[in-house]
Write a protein of this length. Structure first.
Length: 171
């Protein structure tokens, strides 16, 4: 009698989103909307393909040392008379805080490699100190507290809340 062997192949797919999907910010609507959309599609896909032995992982980088701001058309169109100048200034402070200790592209590649090769898979892989902190802290505050940060609060109060909620100092 001839024996057959069956090879089990572990398949993997991933989506690289952004931690911005966890903290949607004003004046970044297309970016903030596209990231959770990709994460939701990846999560749904994980359900669909799990029965076939296919794993899905969502890679969520924080601020990574790239030329993203230099390559952004919006970076060259900052209008200091805009009614959104406060929001734009606050977003700038958030990016500046991330760039004080940015992740490196190699860290994202390492997270993807870990997701592919681990024997203990997870659905989400926050990448970078800021991403890990934001993911953990955003889960601890209510949606109302987050939305209130975009309200009529002074920059000092906004910065204090950001420090309290996320452990990130905005300057």
């Amino acid at each position: 009698m001839m024996q057959t062997s069956q090879t089990v192949c572990r398949l993997f797919t991933h989506g690289v989103t952004s931690i911005a999907g966890r903290i949607a910010t004003a004046n970044q609507i297309p970016h903030s909307a596209s990231k959770p959309a990709l994460a939701a599609a990846s999560e749904a896909l994980a359900h669909e393909v799990a029965a076939f032995g296919v794993r899905v992982a969502i890679i969520e980088p924080g601020v990574i040392q790239t030329a993203i701001l230099e390559n952004s058309a919006a970076a060259t169109r900052y209008d200091k008379t805009s009614p959104y100048r406060q929001i734009m200034r606050r977003n700038g402070k958030l990016f500046a805080a991330g760039f004080r200790n940015p992740g490196q592209p190699e860290t994202v590649a390492a997270a993807i490699l870990e997701a592919i090769t681990t024997d203990r898979p997870r659905l989400r892989y926050p990448v970078g100190v800021d991403a890990e902190g934001i993911a953990a802290w955003r889960a601890r505050i209510s949606d109302e507290e987050w939305v209130a940060m975009g309200g009529e609060v002074s920059d000092e109060e906004h910065n204090a809340r950001f420090k309290r909620y996320f452990g990130i100092e905005l300057r």
